[in-house]
Write a protein that binds this ligand. Structure first.
Ligand code: FES
Length: 105
């Protein structure tokens, strides 16, 4: 068996990591994602079970449906068209371009 090494796509230099809110659609719960936190960390800390493998935006296992808001996609899973659709996001690495993201959880 052979292994290929992948590395995460470089984050654009103008990409900023600002705090934002996520809303859990099923409960209305609002969670704050700090500048240095990932959505995944915040969800897990709040007790949400999210499947993960790579935690680097490479595998797609942490995909969550996006109901409202615009994600700042930082993964290498979605193609440009899928990123533009704003229907899903990888919560291990993606952030928000809007103050709030509503997630289908
Ligand atoms: S855990 Fe692999 S893309 Fe998020």
């Amino acid at each position: 068996m052979s292994f290929e090494r992948f590395s995460a796509a470089p984050v654009a230099e103008d990409a900023v990591s600002e705090a934002f809110e996520i809303e859990i659609a099923s409960s209305g719960e609002m969670l704050q994602v700090g500048e240095s936190q990932t959505i995944l960390e915040v969800l897990q800390a709040a007790g949400h079970e999210i499947e993960t493998m790579c935690k680097e935006g490479l595998c797609g296992s942490c995909e969550v449906d996006l109901l409202e808001g615009e994600a700042d996609h930082r993964d290498s899973v979605l193609n440009d068209a899928e990123k533009a659709e704003q229907n899903v996001l990888m919560v291990c690495c993606s952030r928000a371009r809007t103050p709030r993201l509503k997630l289908d959880l």
